[in-house]
Design a binder for this molecule. Structure first.
Ligand code: WTA
Length: 671
């Protein structure tokens, strides 16, 4: 496919600032030629490349005897490091705790500035071992799934590692999810133990985490244990089921770790897809750890003594790989930040950077867009001299925001690593390398080691070789940290990722590559909307509307959810809903208004999924545009919402074209 967007060719390239180059002597890439040579070897001879890296970066209880086992034509998920055995907690904690127990592992920056504390690797080892024993005492065994419903507190990291230490599998659920969404994830994973907190604190507000868990568990009869972190000390325990996290303190400071096979699942992380049912992406132990270790080291240029601040949540993949596993495997310090970028003021990030001398800062563009609005003056008061690498993740970064990040935050001294990846990839797929590769604003640079990105023509399914070009972004080879399956549903995994373009892993994104092979990711091609870097499925929100009740009666007959561009959140969710007949009657009788119903509908999603998924706007309409076979034409709705009513395209396939004028006037009248 030729390039639609000629503008890309004009994006100028910026040299990565030499002072962001990691110090010599730690095995980093230090020039472009080395990057190119290493990348070439990694894709041409993955056995040699990744075999060496795995032995260098990870500690093994038993060495592996084969690096990569893959199916012909990449129609199955691969297996890596066969017959090797290792443990994730040992890799993240023990080896550093034994070598240098006083090194800081975690800086906890609590919701209220000044209320946090630090944990050394020695202390972390003790806490992980104690919690591991508590879990064992409650019957948790190798292979069990433990659900973690915690905000960004050190106990979240300790819990993940304690679960991994005993060979169990963690499933972190973002603590913004509602009881219903949490319940679905607990049931899908058949998880019998939950770790949570009495109350979370975020921007001075209380989050009733334990109450949400209690609600969710009403329909999870198999959950026998809830471990409760005491953050505020408020709220009761259910005798027999609940146990205070503090009880872990009764156990001895060390317990052995359970070595597991390389392919043993380390964790599940649920993510949205194009159907209503969230997918439990299952990650392996060795391959995932290697991906986390290698990318954290090279993309962020980690060197001993570094302090990495990843502002993502452990409820999402960024928190897993770059707030927990990546920095800890590399033995540096990670900042665990409980609050928001604007609490108590909008300079909170910069306060943290200067206070803790942060060297790597990693955030989603949505936060940068917000902070940029506050202007340049405040930020100029900060030194920010400790910073070397500035990461961006989760959505495309606009050129103006990139420039602001580079000049106003990085002061031209830092490399901007626009990192492209996804829950399924486990670790970064495309990025700049600090001090080494040139950068282009809006591009996530070059492929990481082991990644062969290709563009595919979506109509013909054929790889597009010419440059510049656009197409579907796919990866032509297996890499160590790719998810191995969807928990309990391998056929769905194959159908979603490996079958759409045989021989390739389908990312779900559309992208362009310019004449120099820089990758520009355009965004999702499926029904996934990216709001503030959170992946939401339109189908999941539509399913939640159907659950909505008013006076115990169903409210909504059907709905269509679309993503539209939004200045602050990247994309925003807009929904069209058709009300049940009895509600239409009440509106006709003047007992309810259309705007009441639109507010109620927003509440439905807030309650069913969580506040972060709430639609920005809900239009109550009489009918939805459908094809003769009954398929909703979301494309038309998208155009109407964005005001492009002159570009509705072909309407002849609609079974009900007469409704279009009504839809247009509903949208226009509400503007
Ligand atoms: C999008 C987040 C543009 C993309 C790590 C992908 C990006 C989805 C970038 C995955 C980037 C992620 N530039 N788009 N640098 N990084 N995306 O699973 O659409 O929460 O498919 O993983 O975010 O979101 P997920």
């Amino acid at each position: 496919m030729p390039l639609d967007n000629q503008k890309l060719l004009d994006v100028r390239s910026v040299d990565a600032p030499a002072n962001s180059l990691p110090a010599d002597g730690h095995g980093h890439v230090r020039d472009l030629e080395t990057y190119k040579a290493m990348w070439k070897e990694s894709v041409e001879n993955p056995d040699k490349f990744f075999g060496e890296q795995a032995r260098n970066l990870l500690v093994w209880n038993r060495d592996f005897d084969q690096v990569l086992h893959k199916s012909a034509n990449f129609v199955d998920s691969p297996a890596w490091f066969l017959n090797g055995q290792l443990n994730a907690a040992v890799n993240c904690v023990d080896r550093h705790a034994l070598a240098d127990p006083n090194r800081i592992a975690i800086i906890y920056e609590a919701d209220e500035p000044g209320e946090g504390y630090t944990l050394t690797y020695g202390e972390l080892l003790k806490k992980v071992c104690q919690l591991a024993q508590l879990l064992i005492s409650r019957g948790v065994k190798k292979g069990d799934v433990v659900t973690i419903y915690l905000p960004m507190v050190p106990e979240a990291v300790i819990s993940m590692l304690a679960v991994a230490r005993i060979g169990a599998i963690h499933s972190c659920v973002f603590a913004g999810f509602s009881p219903g969404a949490l319940r679905d994830r607990i049931l899908d994973a058949d998880s019998r133990v939950v770790i949570t907190i009495d109350q979370g604190l975020r921007a001075g507000k209380v989050i009733e985490a334990k109450k949400i868990v209690d609600d969710a568990l009403e329909s999870c009869p198999d959950v026998q244990t809830v471990v409760v972190v005491e953050r505020t000390g408020k709220g009761g325990l259910i005798p027999g089921r609940d146990i205070k996290y503090g009880e872990a303190g009764k156990f001895k400071p060390y317990c052995p770790a359970v070595p597991v096979d390389s392919e043993h699942p380390l964790f599940l992380l649920y993510t949205s897809g194009s159907t209503g049912k969230p997918k439990g992406m299952q990650h392996s132990t060795a391959g995932y750890l290697l991906g986390a270790a290698l990318t954290a080291k090279h993309v962020f240029g980690l060197t001993p003594g570094d302090i990495m601040f990843t502002a993502g949540d452990v409820g999402w993949i960024t928190g897993h790989t770059y707030a927990v596993y990546g920095p800890l495997i590399n033995g540096v310090t990670t900042v665990i930040f409980e609050s928001t970028p604007v609490y108590p003021t909008h300079t909170r990030y910069w306060d943290i950077v200067d206070k803790h001398q942060v060297t790597q800062f990693y955030v989603a563009p949505t936060a940068l867009r917000l902070l940029r609005k506050y202007g340049h003056e405040e930020i100029e008061k900060y030194s920010l001299k400790s910073l070397r690498t500035l990461g961006s993740v989760g959505e495309p970064i606009a050129e103006e925001v990139w420039e602001w990040y580079f000049h106003n935050v990085g002061r031209g001294r830092c490399t901007i690593c626009d990192t492209y990846w996804l829950t399924e990839s486990g670790s970064i797929l495309g990025t700049s390398f600090p001090g080494v590769t040139p950068m282009k604003p809006g591009s996530c640079g070059y492929p990481f080691f082991g990644i062969k990105p290709v563009l595919i023509n979506p109509t013909t399914g054929v790889e597009v070789d010419e440059r510049p070009a656009e197409g579907v972004l796919a990866i032509a080879n297996p890499w160590p940290s790719m998810a191995r399956t969807i928990w309990g549903d391998y056929p769905r995994y194959q159908d979603t990722y490996l079958r759409p373009f045989p021989g390739h892993f389908f990312t779900g994104d559309g992208a362009a590559m310019d004449h120099e092979n820089f990758i520009f990711v355009a965004g999702r091609m499926d029904d996934v909307v990216n709001v503030s870097g959170h992946r939401l499925s339109t189908a999941e929100i539509e399913a939640s509307f159907l659950e909505g009740k008013l006076d115990n009666e169903p409210m909504i007959v059907e709905s269509a959810v679309v993503g539209i561009e939004d200045e602050l959140t990247g994309q925003a969710i807009v929904a069209f809903v058709v009300l049940e007949g009895w509600l239409k009657d009440k509106i006709a009788a003047g007992e309810h208004t259309v705007s009441d119903m639109s507010r109620e509908a927003i509440q439905v999603v807030r309650k069913d999924i969580g506040p972060f998924a709430a639609p920005k706007k809900v239009f109550v309409v009489g009918d939805l545009p459908k094809t003769r076979s009954g398929k909703i034409m979301r494309r038309i709705l998208r155009k109407i919402v964005s005001g492009e009513t002159d570009q509705l395209g072909e309407l002849s396939t609609l079974s009900n074209p007469q409704i279009i004028d009504d839809l247009i006037s509903t949208v226009q009248n509400s503007a």
